[in-house]
Design a binder for this molecule. Structure first.
Ligand SMILES: Cc1cc2nc3c(=O)[nH]c(=O)nc-3n(C[C@H](O)[C@H](O)[C@H](O)COP(=O)(O)OP(=O)(O)OC[C@H]3O[C@@H](n4cnc5c(N)ncnc54)[C@H](O)[C@@H]3O)c2cc1C
Length: 452
């Protein structure tokens, strides 16, 4: 039985926290507080202003199956009205290439044909052998089950047994090889590795395929994508404005204690009492300010994340790229720390910044220091014939929290899901599903649906 009077604390004013508030409100809960550490909402949806427009330092795009983001748009009366995305490709020396155009790659025709047939094969495998693979969240996967809600506008509840789903714990490269579809990685790598989600020899296939399910991947290939004129941050700023209770910015939480069926949160020096708490801030760091149980400490110490660096740079008009570029040569583990993609958001003017993206960690390799990676990226821009004249803003993000294959296989998600609700505590945010706007917002929707 729902108790709509319950006082609920939500930690974090990013997509996960704000959408949790929206879904709670839609269910009739009205006693909630969103505590945000920063002086703005949006988290990794961060769209600063420059020369009268907004550019993206964090999230950029969505696809038509972003149903939770669409819920938010409807709630606020906004839509995805941003500039159309487009891109070309360069090799690492700065030559424009067309890797998927058979006429320009006569020698590669057999490989391109083989890739096409492997795409078809994977589409069939995902529908049959891996039925249930694309459901939001990871409940049951390591035990060969699926449990959740269909990826449809109605999100009907679905569940079933499918032992093959256990294959999803393997790194994506290994998963592709065991299914005889290794060439599909050429397609998946663009929206995965260059978007900072790591390398296919280390990241479990579950993450890759839940985010890039077949349909979503096709939307990337066909550039059937959404953007927002005022930036992705605008979505969450608008949501925050439309909520009954706006996020409390600059909230410094120093202590959370759970006792006697209540949750006591010390924020900016004052202790407040709540009935329940939803954590959307990084779970890895929750033991630093929570009375974490040994199990919470143990499980959350297993979380790893990507070091994904973004620079916003100015160029001279003559050096401005005519379009965004992907550099596939730099998306392999041996080229970690190099520029993988750069984004020109505004095609009608050259007085805007472009943004660059690089990953500087790979399992079993030393992490590249921030300054070194930054210098490499600026050097790469010169080689790619679009040198920067100035860096106007930079960010090294705590990006895509996840667990490795071994931890995933050992039932990490089953253990965390079994803790949901204990001590009045609920876990949401990126690691519980995947590091994109929709998966995190959708996870919050399902959390509210399941427990409130
Ligand atoms: C460069 C980049 C590109 C991206 N591109 C895309 C894209 O194109 N499409 C897409 O869908 N997604 C994209 N993403 C991912 C997307 O932005 C995130 O997955 C999404 O923002 C996650 O939402 P969240 O609320 O779980 O976490 P976050 O966005 O990280 O928000 C967490 C919030 O919690 C706050 N917080 C943290 N600790 C505390 C604390 N102790 N107390 C109070 N508050 C705290 C933070 O300040 C933050 O506001 C991109 C991200 C980046 C960085």
């Amino acid at each position: 039985m729902s108790n709509l009077e319950e006082k609920i604390c939500i930690i974090g004013g990013g997509p996960a926290g704000l959408s949790a508030a929206m879904y709670l409100e839609q269910k009739g809960y009205h006693n909630y507080a969103v505590l945000e550490r920063d002086d703005h909402v949006g988290g990794k949806c961060h769209s600063p202003h420059y020369n009268g427009r907004r550019y993206e330092m964090g999230a950029i795009m969505g696809v038509p199956s972003y149903y939770a983001v669409h819920d938010v748009e409807e709630f606020c009366g906004i839509t995805h009205d941003g500039p159309k995305l487009n891109r070309n490709y360069k090799d690492r020396n700065g030559n424009v290439i067309e890797p998927f155009e058979p006429k320009k790659n006569i020698l590669k025709i057999p490989r391109l044909m083989k890739m096409k047939s492997q795409m078809k094969k994977l589409a069939e495998l995902l529908e049959t052998k891996y039925k249930g693979y694309d459901i939001n969240g990871h409940r049951g996967v390591s035990e060969g089950r699926y449990e959740g809600f269909a990826v449809t506008p109605g999100r009907e509840p679905v569940s079933g047994e499918n032992p093959n789903l256990k294959d999803l714990v393997l790194p994506f490269k290994q998963f592709c090889e065991m299914n005889g579809v290794e060439l599909v990685q050429d397609i998946w790598i663009g929206p995965f590795t260059s978007f900072g989600y790591g390398y296919f020899d280390e990241i479990p296939a579950a993450y890759v395929l839940k985010y890039l399910d077949f349909q979503t991947t096709m939307n990337f290939v066909k550039i059937n994508l959404w953007t927002w004129k005022e930036g992705t941050q605008y979505i969450w700023e608008q949501l925050n404005e439309h909520l009954m209770h706006q996020a409390r910015l600059n909230s410094k939480i120093t202590k959370v204690e759970r006792k006697d069926g209540k949750v006591y949160v010390t924020v900016n020096g004052e202790t407040e009492e709540f009935d329940k708490i939803i954590i959307t801030a990084p779970l890895q760091y929750m033991p630093e300010y929570f009375d974490a149980t040994p199990e919470e400490k143990e499980l959350f110490s297993k979380i790893d994340y990507e070091r994904y660096d973004v620079l916003a740079v100015e160029t001279k008009p003559e050096d401005h790229p005519e379009i965004s570029y992907y550099v596939f040569d730099n998306m392999t583990p041996d080229r970690y720390g190099h520029l993988m993609v750069y984004y020109r958001r505004w095609r009608d003017t050259k007085d805007q910044v472009i943004t660059t993206y690089a990953l500087r960690n790979h399992q079993n390799k030393p992490e590249i220091p921030y300054e070194e990676c930054r210098a490499t990226v600026l050097e790469d821009l010169k080689t790619l014939k679009n040198p920067a004249s100035n860096v106007v803003y930079e960010k090294d993000w705590y990006y895509f929290p996840h667990v490795d294959s071994e931890t995933y296989a050992s039932g990490w998600y089953e253990k965390v899901e079994a803790m949901q609700g204990q001590l009045g505590t609920y876990y949401a945010g990126e690691v519980m599903s995947f590091g994109d706007m929709d998966e995190t917002a959708e996870y919050s929707r399902e959390l509210v649906e399941r427990f409130f």
